[in-house]
Write a protein of this length. Structure first.
Length: 353
């Protein structure tokens, strides 16, 4: 979530004026981005939490509908920001210019998944993956091999037919930024792994031989960085590394990245309770809230940047404030859940205090 937030702000502000010294994230040192981790871990949680329930279908539909409602609320928030920022450049960069030009029908198109402002496609992709998970879950329960063959076949199909994507009328090519046929592969793979708690098993193996696992994963990660940095395989612009269709090199890099992260967690167990790590864990637990806040923060940062672009300090400040906003909102949501109180009672209590 933190990486997605920082990457979105860096990318969006860079569309206005070049950001000379970018905040480093794993995305800059290899081929995969935070999106791959998001989809895999989302699938993992679904597999771990929902698949062993007797009412799996109802729970998946309920979660999908909840995410759908949250994304509608996010859209309304972004529209409000656009009304407070009547700037043509801002509207064009966020794809909200389509909303301004087609107000009567744009909302209907958004609700029917034919239109999405910048960064809102991710949640709708997640909604569709949850719905698709219903038949795939039944398939997995009948035959794990058939399940793996099915998701692999869909992934291969997406590589041969990359433009077979859902429609987004606001984009330059009229397509979604994420290919559903491609990203279902990581999501469903995560679902499979979560159902069998494979990450737990991997952690056990890492703990038994932490030095070896850490050395191999770090060396491999550095190797990927060297390949990208010096373009050793001539992979620039190739389908192997495409983000929209989740090129196979991105998947390989993702597995290396997640293994490195797991190795680091195993090596540095003693520091897991220090506050920066607990804040990251908090954001992870409230990832839906964190993501929505990150998108809103990105839009606000863009509005500020358009009026005051060029300052490196401003770029760092906007990115930092966005992460702080994610952490604070995640804390509020977590506090509300633990206290079992309604939002209005929390505000009354805060006012009395």
């Amino acid at each position: 979530m933190v990486t997605i937030c920082v990457n979105h702000i860096t990318w969006m502000l860079g569309k206005v004026e070049s950001v000379s010294q970018k905040i480093p994230t794993l995305t800059h040192y290899g081929y995969s981005s935070a999106a791959e981790i998001f989809f895999f871990m989302s699938g993992y949680m679904v597999g771990m939490v929902y698949l062993n329930k007797f009412d799996t279908r109802a729970k998946l539909l309920s979660r999908a509908f909840h995410l759908y409602k949250v994304n509608i609320t996010l859209f309304i928030s972004l529209v409000i920001i656009s009304l407070a920022t009547p700037n043509e450049h801002f509207l064009a960069l966020t794809d909200l210019d389509y909303w301004v030009d087609n107000m009567p029908i744009a909302l209907v198109q958004y609700m029917s998944l034919f239109y999405g402002p910048m960064f809102t496609n991710l949640l709708f992709t997640y909604v569709l993956l949850l719905i698709i998970a219903i038949p795939f879950t039944k398939l997995l329960q009948k035959s794990a091999m058939t399940f793996i063959l099915a998701i692999t076949g869909l992934y291969i199909f997406s590589q041969y037919f990359p433009m077979m994507k859902l429609t987004n009328v606001a984009t330059s090519n009229g397509k979604w930024s994420f290919n559903l046929f491609s990203y279902q592969f990581l999501f469903m793979l995560g679902l499979f792994a979560g159902n069998r708690k494979i990450i737990n098993r991997v952690f056990e193996r890492i703990d038994r031989n932490t030095v070896l696992w850490s050395a191999l994963s770090v060396v491999t990660l550095v190797g990927f960085y060297a390949i990208k940095r010096y373009d050793l395989l001539g992979l620039k612009g190739q389908w192997w590394i495409a983000k929209e269709t989740l090129g196979p090199v991105r998947i390989l890099h993702f597995f290396v990245v997640i293994t490195v992260l797991m190795s680091l967690l195993s090596v540095f167990k003693k520091v897991l309770n220090i506050w920066p790590i607990t804040v990251i864990a908090l954001i992870g637990r409230q990832s839906l809230t964190a993501f929505c806040v990150s998108v809103v923060s990105c839009y606000i940062a863009l509005a500020i940047w358009i009026s005051n672009s060029g300052s490196q300090v401003l770029y760092f400040t906007l990115a930092l404030l966005a992460v702080v906003a994610m952490a604070l909102c995640s804390y509020l949501v977590e506090f509300k859940k633990k206290s079992g109180r309604a939002w209005h009672s929390l505000f009354i209590r805060a006012k009395e205090a």
